[in-house]
Design a protein around this ligand. Sequence first.
Ligand SMILES: [Zn+2]
Ligand SMILES: [Zn+2]
Length: 663
Amino acid sequence: MFCESTIFAVHKILGMIKITLPDGSVKEFENGSTPMDIAKSISEGLARNVISASFNGTTIETSTELFVDGSLVLFTWNDKEGKKAFWHSTSHVMAQVLEEKFNGIKLTLGPAIENGFYYDVDFGENKISDADFKSIEDRVLEISRDKHEFTMRPVSKAEALEVYKNNEYKTELISNLEDGTITFCDHADFFDLCRGGHIPNTGIIKAMKVMSVAGAYWRGDEKNKQLTRVYGISFPKQKDLTEYLELLEEAKRRDHRKLGKELDLFAFSTKVGQGLPLWLPKGAALRDRLEQFLKKAQKKAGYEQVVTPHIGQKELYVTSGHYAKYGADSFQPITTPADGEEFLLKPMNCPHHCEIYNTKPWSYKDLPKRYAEFGTVYRYEQSGELHGLTRVRGFTQDDAHIFCTPDQLDNEFKKVIDLVLYVFSSLGFENFTAQISLRDKENRDKYIGSDENWEKAENAIINAARDKGLNTVVEYGEAAFYGPKLDFMVRDALGRQWQLGTIQVDYNLPERFELTYKGADDKLHRPVMIHRAPFGSMERFIAILLEHTAGNFPLWLMPEQAIILSLSEKYEKYAEKVLNLLENHEIRALIDNRNETIGKKIRDAEVQKMPFMLIVGEDEEKNGTVSVRRHGQEGKGNITVAIEDFVAIVNEEVAKTLKTFEV
Ligand SMILES: [Zn+2]
Ligand SMILES: [Zn+2]
């Protein structure tokens, strides 16, 4: 029995909260409702799949009770955030198993990463090896099957420090936390210091694999003790794990470092220096072909090629602001015998191009000016960060800077997008989204440039992307302080996402370099600058293209398009004749007239990913034909055709991917 006042109190506690969902709808729920309650109210199906949630931008548990109004996002396995919770939760279970198996180890941190999770552990006297992986995996799944819930428990700082008094790592972490904000996460009979962000229970972890172990310094600092990082990954279905492992195998086969060696494209020399690629003849030819391809399209699009030096006075980068930002740690100055002269290796081409713009006074009628350069730049990367051609210390950007009036932005953006789309379609990238980075709506004062210009630029990007029918994702707060940008995120054949092609508006450098043009009003105005690079860098682009195509580049780009294999030395003359004819038609071919069996010649040509193998023997010579075998087809669909017909086959295939760029 309630008296009136009690009912009132209950009512007050119960109350209602307003929850805003991602589609913008606002619904009322009872005070204390959890994300799971809210999921259930939407649909049973959703509730079955929800594994994590965020409330007002903070990751919470699906069981967290909500007492205030706010925005709620529910995540499933298909969301990045969902995977993160899934993997981080599995790291708890793995930590539990590691503690069971190895006596006296000290747990430190166990976050989710892009693919899976890791746990950094001080194994003390113990050693973990590949031989332990299977039993760890089995035990993780055994525990998981019992559907233990993950629950958060607040603890006082004193209590937390007491619990972890023998673990200096956790003690350090706890010391840096504020009393009243510290939580442990419990599941089964295991607990861990944790901020939260877990799946509802262990039951949905259906597949798990320990991937590897590696050394890792505590907090990434080499002055600290080296710990053991145990990498793992988990999935809601066994099938997902199998697919993932297959993908990894395929990625290994396609690793550009491996393919680059096999195909003789590039190499590294410790004498020359880490992260400084050497392009071998075939790789250099490939690069050159890519450059010519883009130059041709750029010429049509109204770009002018410029060339600038590899170094610049330190002053240049002080003016551009790069020195203050990246300065001392990144670039050691080059000094000359003359006093006071200091140069830096060029880390970017923009300052040089600004100075090219500054060589003349411009009228609005002259704009846009579009300066393009395959500009080689140098940036310091830690040796541990270097990776094949994707992370290097010297690379060539397919750079260009467009100087235009604010009113021309719209049109210029569309033109750049056209060019990028042309590049993608010619190179077989079909799956991409455009990520648009705009200002943080709340903190507009942290950006340079007038509100009006920003508005113009942001609208130009959004309109251009919409106009071109791009799949877009808008990220607020991701713009650079000097301007908004559009990045093309490309999915490769293995489903991995890469950032390729960037278009960036800049209000800062025109200001710093005092760039001007005379407007229709006869007054001086600042031009807007666009930085853009469809490939990004030649090195990184070729690496991604290698992995995307597994070395089977589009035919127009292949270093060699055909190899002529003579059945014996008797047919060498005829092979020469075929080669001549092909060369007359600008088909890149070569002859293999080694004294080897035809089987061996074919196998070697296959390894070299030669698109066409042309076998010539008695019949072919007699009839003026070639026997055509395609790469990777194991002789299926071999045809014998006249040489002219083979030329037509090649031209037709080239024309399929390489179209003419239309402005
Ligand atoms: Zn946790
Ligand atoms: Zn630039």
